[in-house]
Design a protein around this ligand. Sequence first.
Ligand SMILES: C[S@@+](CC[C@H](N)C(=O)[O-])C[C@H]1O[C@@H](n2cnc3c(N)ncnc32)[C@H](O)[C@@H]1O
Ligand code: SF4
Ligand code: SF4
Length: 504
Amino acid sequence: MKLPVLNDEKTESAGGCSSSGCGSSASAMDHLPDTIRDKVANHPCFSEQAHHYFARMHVAVAPACNIQCNYCNRKYDCSNESRPGVVSEVLSPAQAVKKVKAVAAAIPQMSVLGIAGPGDPLANPQRTFETFRRLSEEAPDIKLCVSTNGLNLPACAEEISKHNIDHVTITINCVDPEIGARIYPWIFWENRRIRGVEAARILIEQQQKGLEMLIERGVLVKVNSVMIPGINDEHLKEVSRIVKEKGAFLHNVMPIIAEAEHGTYFGLTGQREPTAAELEALQDACAGDMNMMRHCRQCRADAVGLLGEDRGEEFTLDKIDAMEVDYEAAMVQRAEVQQQLLAQLNSQRNKLQNQVQEQPIRILPPSRPVKMAVATKGGGIINQHFGHATEFLVYEASQKGVRFIGHRQVDKPYCEGGSSCGDDGETVLQSIVRQLEDCEVLLCSKVGYEPWSALEEAGIQPDGEHAMEPIEEAVQAVYQQMLARGLAEKPADQQQSLSQLQTA
Ligand SMILES: C[S@@+](CC[C@H](N)C(=O)[O-])C[C@H]1O[C@@H](n2cnc3c(N)ncnc32)[C@H](O)[C@@H]1O
Ligand code: SF4
Ligand code: SF4
């Protein structure tokens, strides 16, 4: 079963945008068949809109891996690091089920349970499927997800569809074995360790076969690709084209995390990470062909909560043991809360669509897109103090509408770091301002005097006037004000070259 083409560029213009320039990435959902829309409506990873409202959790039941990636080091006992592969405790299936039920009862907006490591779930099939089997019996209201490198996927595809797991992520970093040999030093296949180009060839073959088998079985597939500058960055456009052609639903191009202290091969050899601008450019290039995920937070294998927050510390095994959970009662409450959240999400989407239709058609001077950073704690509204934000969402407003383009993680919130300097002599505030340097506006609930001045000096206009308003509406409103004041006009030289092009 092939899915319809859907990408953010196309859906924005399909929103009926005219020169009045309104619309929203919210409209992306409207072009999906009902069956697929129902599957993704409350999935925080498969729907950008849903990630403001619904939470996810991972259970770390899969410690072993059947391949080695040059960017991965699975380190345990580490609670202060947030990156894939890191967990505090590996759980047995029974412990995992207990934890999921406790979290689901405490966080009713938790809609999805994923198994994503810390190794490869399908290299630990007994532990993984035992967890899924028990959960589908004991907590049938939770969506099940699995994330794999794909080596063992063809052997498990049938079992995946039997367990009602209708969302799967496959990490596909290349379709060319020569490139693969630079990413994977070895795989463990048919009881042998295989190295080099031959290893990459087998891995790629199994990933592509697994992808096809899942699509045939009607499973929604997301493809993760790690962007490694100088190794597979250009090549990922080809990967995107191929997986889209085969019917993958979503492509998630993520930046490599390659810090020397993580002890990975790439960390130690000085492999550089891409800049935010490079990542966005590659995501845009892939989007010509494919529906892109831009809100992935590269979570730990035991993450709990809304994307961007981690409440894992509240649910350690000793704390769960002390909790009394009545799951029958929790299911009733969860259903009510999730219905309300879906209603809120739909009403926000409809409101934005109505705005598109009601906007009078006006002829405006050619305008340029404007990036705006937003501080939010979730719920799709501007409700975070600048000083408390651990991340900022970045939106782009243009005459085509508003689209989400990414997020910027900060090392420390401003209120925790103040004006203290890191090893590189940069203050926390300077580092946050640098991360947001391509944005022209910063929307938050409140902002103090010192950061206000620093943002303004860097050409970023702080804005606390839209506190508690829905994000996309506020971004749209600020853009309209900028247009009205002539602050978002296309530079004259670009206007000229555009008209020259049109004449030519
Ligand atoms: C920890 S893995 C677990 C699932 C499975 N083993 C896999 O690799 O797909 C989850 C995701 O994190 C990615 N990942 C692991 N280490 C990373 C790193 N240092 N930088 C960026 N992505 C990384 C993997 O490529 C994968 O897409
Ligand atoms: S497949 Fe996943 S768990 Fe295994 S080494 Fe690669 S990133 Fe790490
Ligand atoms: S790592 Fe990305 S895809 Fe996985 S749960 Fe986190 S946000 Fe979702």
